[in-house]
Design a protein. Structure first.
Length: 353
């Protein structure tokens, strides 16, 4: 059996049913000379289908905690063919019984505990076999802007979609309960006024992080001043500095840059390194990348960095200028106007006065 071909047919039929809710087309071709799958339960005990599910489960379960039966991937792999055949017959005869799920409490970043259920491997295989059959059927029914727990979609795709909607001035949003999120970090360009906004508007954040791509831009600006742009020496030095930043932390990074600055007599080169040192020193706690990586946090995002200039342009508009002192106030006023909350905000302020 070609598993991908069957899933494709399931998806196509589901799509047809969505477009024409009443369809008399058979799920599979009716041919007495071919093996005919009559319903989805037949797939659960089809040998090739179950083997495909088993391979998926075992590949992603290596090194992970076992269920209540204590059977690891290594143990389950011994005599695998016989175990799969036994499981297949249980599914075919309707005698399969899932085992209890092992309950484990794991800590969250906010100090609370979260319950985690760990099924046994044989139950995971059955669940995977069911997912393989049901996913192509129900996938076409989901909303196009739904990104949670769907194949080939993730949180980054959702953020990218939000950015597209913002660019088209789509202003309706749903209230988010950020305090319940496991990881609450802000990846930004480290500007003081942005940090001030984050501290006042999002005090529940676990940490602020200087976007690694943004740091990289500043490093390369200094490197291109000290060396010939695009030279092997420039690439080697930039690679070394970014490696130190990522894996050894801001203290070692500053020490390395200070030592490097002492080697130069040119005022231009010394000034460029001094500006880089000052830039990092003012954002010292935002550059603790080894700590952030250990926590499993994202330290940089190309789309985030790319949005810096776009966001500034959207807020300021062509030809507008403002000073750093009033940047956060102006930004707040323009955000009120662009989010269609200008009138309601000032009505509330009038009543309060």
């Amino acid at each position: 059996m070609n598993v991908e071909e069957v899933q494709r047919k399931l998806w196509e039929q589901s799509k047809t049913h969505k477009q024409h809710r009443e369809s008399d087309l058979p799920l599979f071709p009716v041919n007495p000379h071919e093996k005919r799958i009559r319903n989805l339960m037949d797939l659960m005990h089809q040998p090739d289908w179950l083997l495909e599910a088993c391979e998926c489960v075992l590949s992603r379960s290596r090194g992970k905690a076992p269920g209540v039966d204590g059977v690891t991937v290594q143990k389950f792999s011994n005599g695998l063919e016989g175990k799969l055949e036994k499981l297949r017959l249980e599914l075919k005869h309707g005698t399969y019984q899932p085992q209890p799920v092992r309950r484990v409490m794991i800590p969250k970043s906010n100090g609370k505990m979260r319950a985690l259920g760990i099924p046994c491997l044989r139950d995971k295989i059955v669940q995977e076999a069911m997912r393989m059959a049901l996913e192509p059927i129900f996938e076409v029914e989901f909303h196009n802007n739904s990104y949670g727990f769907r194949p080939n979609r993730n949180a980054h795709n959702a953020i990218s979609r939000c950015q597209q909607l913002v660019m088209t001035k789509f202003t309706w949003v749903k209230r988010l309960k950020i305090t319940d999120v496991d990881q609450k970090v802000a990846v930004a360009d480290g500007a003081r006024w942005i940090r001030k906004q984050l501290e006042s508007k999002l005090p529940m954040l676990d940490s602020q992080i200087l976007d690694f791509y943004h740091l990289s831009e500043h490093v390369w600006a200094a490197v291109n001043t000290c060396f010939n742009q695009g030279s092997d020496k420039a690439k080697e030095f930039a690679s070394e500095i970014l490696h130190v930043a990522k894996h050894e932390g801001p203290a070692v990074l500053l020490s390395r840059l200070i030592d490097e600055r002492k080697k130069y007599r040119s005022n231009i080169k010394r000034k460029s390194l001094k500006e880089l040192i000052r830039y990092i020193a003012h954002r010292f706690e935002l550059c603790d990348y080894p700590k952030f990586i250990e926590q499993g946090w994202q330290i940089g995002s190309g789309p985030t960095e790319a949005m810096c200039k776009v966001l500034t342009y959207r807020l300021k508009g062509a030809g507008m200028r403002w000073d750093r002192v009033g940047a956060d106030a102006i930004m707040a006023l323009i955000a009120l106007e662009q989010s269609n909350t200008w009138k309601s905000y000032w009505d509330v302020r009038k009543r309060a006065a």
